[in-house]
Design a protein around this ligand. Sequence first.
Ligand code: MSP
Length: 679
Amino acid sequence: MRPFYVTTPIYYVNDKPHIGHAYSTVAADVLARYAKLRGRPTRFLTGTDEHGQKIEEKAKELGKDPQAFVDVMSPPFRDAFVELGCDFDDYIRTTEPRHEEKVQELWKILFAKGDIYLGDYEGWYSVADESFITETELKALDEVTRSKVVRVKEPSYFFKLSAYGDALLEFYEQNPTFVQPEGRFNEVKAFVKEGLRDLSVSRTSFTWGIPVPGDDAHVMFVWFDALTNYMSALGGPAKEGEAPLYDRFWPHGGSDDAQVVHIVGKDILRFHAVFWPAFLLAAGLQPPTQVFAHGWLTINGEKMSKRFGNFIPPGPLVEAFGADVVRYYLMREVGFGQDGDFAHKQVFARYHGELGNGLGNLLQRIVASILKNEFGGAVPAPTEIGDEERELVAVAEKSAAVAAHHLDLVAPHRALDAIFELVAAANRYVDRTAPWALAKAGDKERLATVCYHVLESLRWLSVMLAPFLPSKTADLRAQLGVSALTPEEAMDQWPKAGDFGGLPAGTLTAPAAPLFPRFDPKTEAEILEKLGANKPAEAAKPAKKEKKVEEKKDAPKAEAPKTDDKSEASAPIAFDDFVKVDLRVGLILEAEAVPKSDKLVRCQIDLGEEKPRQVLAGIRKHYDPEALVGKRVVVVANLAPRKMMGLESHGMILAASDTDHGLSVLGLEKEITPGTRVS
Ligand code: MSP
């Protein structure tokens, strides 16, 4: 089986772990657990990035020695990930000698090849991003980051990045899924095609870094140091036979090469998709197989920031919901690769709906009552199998195959969609076959078949959901009376077509407490309060804000659903349901700011009716009212009227927003007549 090596970014230790860090690490853990279940030799790496100016400055600010500072700051990351049920095989710290040695080795290889040379750097450096930036990039920065940018003029070693543009483009061509999602890959290619400049890879104005071999006045640029962690953790670069993990888990150009997937946030894609493969190609080493860039999470619709008071550490969430529920929510709520929102209330919704009513109930309905009363708790042998059973088995087989396909493609949210098809089908099967009625009627034979099919579906689910819910699925298996999963190499435990029926009749189940007990409304409210999730968004707003944040936080929720992240998770609706929403082309005739509101604009819109309609839209932060006049927009025309700031609104203007662009109302390319139906 092809070895699988998955990594997370290594986290800066200038601050504490938050839910964004948890996101990358949980995703990598899900992929690693899945690969292990498929019987693949698997390695999962995470760790901390401990050098650089940002960390040196923070340590200084606190009056601490940088090493003592990072020694205190790194363990909370490890602990947070363990608490989240992440089962990593290695945790690397860039201040470890095993890492420093290998980074220097890679440097020496590049230096010996003439790809690193000494020069002078003059330009801007963003300490917040630990990144050299151009004049154009400087202008595009938000106020806060810009205020931290410094002018640098110092001797510096450069990496000949400019010489590797063609090699990179060729590599991309040969590896069409090197960067995912595809849209991000296009951005990377466009960046490289524009032409690359040599990259400054050392600094002399501070000392907290790995010394440049043979020139102690320089420390390495923190990204050169950090990116190499993926290789140093395996003991590479190394000659064949010197480092078994490196031999096994890093690609070397052979047909049975390991598959290496770097999970990263979209903000650090360029480092991973341009600089890192360029260093490796230059050194004559094989780049990783794939860099997967995930999106950014907002919290209850707001950008996460300490200044907003919504900087969410994972610990209290785990305490409130349990690690599995947090993991499940993170993987389920947001399409992996897209931006999304972490909304506390939505965690409860998914908990009660999908986990409690969907999965937990299925177990409860059969094991806790019928099986105990009718079969003494032992799994009965199925008797005659009919269409209903065949249908359920077909759903199970499809669900396992589709979920595996999506996990192979790093689409955990889609895998969960597929897995929950089986949860839904099994619940429907119970509803249709009505086992309680069979029990009442004394039809033990049919009841045996029904119970068996539900229990076997649950056993399949206990495997397929194990990467997401490792602890709950262990409880589920214990209740089913089957042994715990022990992911072992060369043992493919993922269910497949033909496997249905693997649960031995006679297995003694062990009913226990519900897997997902309900939170009563009072407890739910208390938890939300404790987690600070009830804070009105206004309270969390900073006095002075960054441009993007301003765009994001003012996005009116009803008018700008985050379609980019939610669309994939929503259940399909019938066409008949869709047509109930009366969407019309509207022409904005008048628009004025609503006094005393910093959000609302009052619009008079021609919808082809006798009189223009008054519609209030929360878009003032994104549009000058005057600029809206004459625009054609899409309006939900049959929305019940609602009052805002004492004014009635008779409809809703559709808009979309994302972190990168802010909010945009939906427009039309042609001058379609006002009132025309949109379908
Ligand atoms: N140290 C570098 C990575 C070096 S990898 C060789 C770094 N560290 S970081 O701590 O600032 O960020 C680590 C990861 O957390 C990034 O992938 C970043 O995208 C992710 N996130 C930080 N905030 C986030 C959200 N709000 N949402 C999702 N992920 C976010 O960059």
